[in-house]
Design a protein around this ligand. Structure first.
Ligand SMILES: Cc1cc2nc3c(=O)[nH]c(=O)nc-3n(C[C@H](O)[C@H](O)[C@H](O)COP(=O)(O)OP(=O)(O)OC[C@H]3O[C@@H](n4cnc5c(N)ncnc54)[C@H](O)[C@@H]3O)c2cc1C
Length: 408
């Protein structure tokens, strides 16, 4: 069967709206019906919220539904589920995983978090030490295990876990074989955050709020059926997550004067007395960069219609972080002394990061995290150098050394 066209999708949207009037149907019921109609993420397979349509046609569906006043699934609040967990589950999960997780993930009924970073394994994620030990003979020969039943028992510590306090499930990378080099001995799981042994503790950050957490895993039992990918191939699975993460962070569509350019332009208009030629030059330069980034980001989304995200996503994430920091710095300057006044240090646990809802001081401090979260700018530069520009790799002395013999 040929892929649906834009007109086919418009007809499906009309049918969805005819049966589910957004004015009378409850939000969650509408979202579930939208998923079941294949209009959630149209490029996903039929039966899993999509129609095997080109990804580019999602904007047609979104525009029609927005015009009809239909509720959305709050993508900014469930970004880890949508951006990181879903593509990984789709690619490496079993049909049972697809059936169980994708619908409540997309509707936002179940929030996801990402248990990757550890105190000694952030940029060098493959160094992680949270161990998963098999208890019994779980799995089947076909999926890399031994016939029988059995759980994995997971013990370790994760850090900087955004939204862990809200999450029902996590994507989790663990060490299952310390005797082989670090990239080879990892295994990837879905972790139930309500399982005994999972403890979530808030971590306050430079803004005063606690978006993220430390997560302690003490003998958490995970059934082998919750494994994504083969035993020992967690690095390969994690690569899919990380590539998608960079696109999710750096590839969001930006309207004209959108993002942090908006408040900077506003401050410029409001305070003509503070304008200087130097500030004028900086503003124009950043404006051009923001526009260029917006265009490059649409090109990246077009490329995505042709397949999986590649290392180009790292360029976008890097550029997005630098632009945000430059714009938030300029905004603070345009507000003169007032720009240094912080609006509120009350401990908050935000559900999502809303740069627009707070003052210039908040934007300035929060933008610092943009060059760390989802991979630091330094590490992304390495990826761009090696995998986009084809420059020689960094020397890797630990490539053939067993993880247990690495200096810790
Ligand atoms: C707001 C926020 C939210 C986050 N949310 C999550 C989350 O939900 N889940 C999760 O798992 N993690 C999360 N993280 C963690 C994030 O992915 C890590 O902080 C990041 O990967 C960096 O790791 P690190 O902090 O251990 O720093 P390190 O890896 O210790 O790096 C320290 C410094 O050394 C530099 N460096 C390291 N290696 C190299 C190299 N090879 N070449 C050049 N420079 C290098 C780094 O760039 C950095 O400047 C979050 C972080 C932030 C700030």
């Amino acid at each position: 069967m040929s892929a649906p066209t834009a007109d086919d999708l418009r007809a499906r949207v009309r049918a969805l709206l005819a049966e589910n009037d957004p004015k009378t149907v409850a939000r969650l019921d509408f979202l579930r019906a939208r998923f079941d109609a294949g209009l959630a993420w149209v490029h996903f397979p039929a039966g899993l919220g999509g129609l095997d349509a080109p990804r580019s046609l999602q904007s047609v569906v979104d525009a029609e539904l927005a015009e009809a006043g239909a509720p959305d699934n709050s993508p900014r609040q469930i970004v880890i589920g949508l951006g990181m967990a879903a593509p990984t589950i789709l690619r490496f999960g079993t049909p049972e995983h697809h059936r169980r997780y994708l619908r409540p993930l997309w509707t936002g009924e179940e929030v996801w978090c990402q248990l990757f970073s550890e105190p000694g394994a952030g940029s060098d994620l493959a160094a992680l030490g949270t161990k998963a030990v098999r208890d019994g003979n779980g799995g089947t020969p076909a999926n890399g295990g031994v016939a029988g039943g059995g759980d994995w028992v997971v013990t370790g510590q994760k850090v900087w876990t955004s939204g862990a306090h809200l999450a029902r499930f996590a994507i989790l990378v663990t060490r299952t074989d310390p005797d082989v080099p670090k990239h080879q001995g990892m295994t990837y799981f879905v972790c139930d955050m309500s399982a005994p042994g999972v403890e979530v503790r808030p971590l306050r950050q430079i803004t005063g709020e606690a978006e993220f957490n430390e997560v302690f895993l003490s003998e958490v039992r995970i059934p082998d059926s919750q494994r994504l990918g083969a035993v020992g191939e967690g690095w390969k699975v994690a690569q899919t997550t990380l590539m998608n993460e960079r696109v999710a962070i750096g590839g969001t569509p930006m309207p004209r004067e959108g993002g942090l350019l908006g408040p900077v332009a506003e401050a410029w208009r409001e305070h003509p007395e503070r304008r200087t030629p130097e500030l004028h030059d900086r503003l124009l330069k950043l404006w051009v960069e923001a526009e260029t980034l917006g265009l490059a980001s649409s090109r990246l989304r077009q490329q995505l219609t042709a397949g999986q995200p590649g290392p180009e996503g790292s360029v976008m994430k890097l550029a997005f972080a630098e632009l945000n920091q430059a714009l938030s710095g300029l905004e603070v300057e345009l507000h003169a002394e007032q720009g240094l006044v912080y609006d509120d240090w009350t401990m908050r646990r935000p559900v999502h990061i809303d740069f627009a809802a707070r003052g210039p001081g908040y934007r300035y401090l929060r933008a610092k995290g943009n060059s760390i979260e989802g991979g630091t700018s330094e590490v992304l530069r390495n990826i761009v150098a090696e995998r986009v520009l084809g420059l020689p790799s960094e020397p890797r002395v630990d490539k053939d050394v067993a993880w247990k013999d690495l200096p810790k």
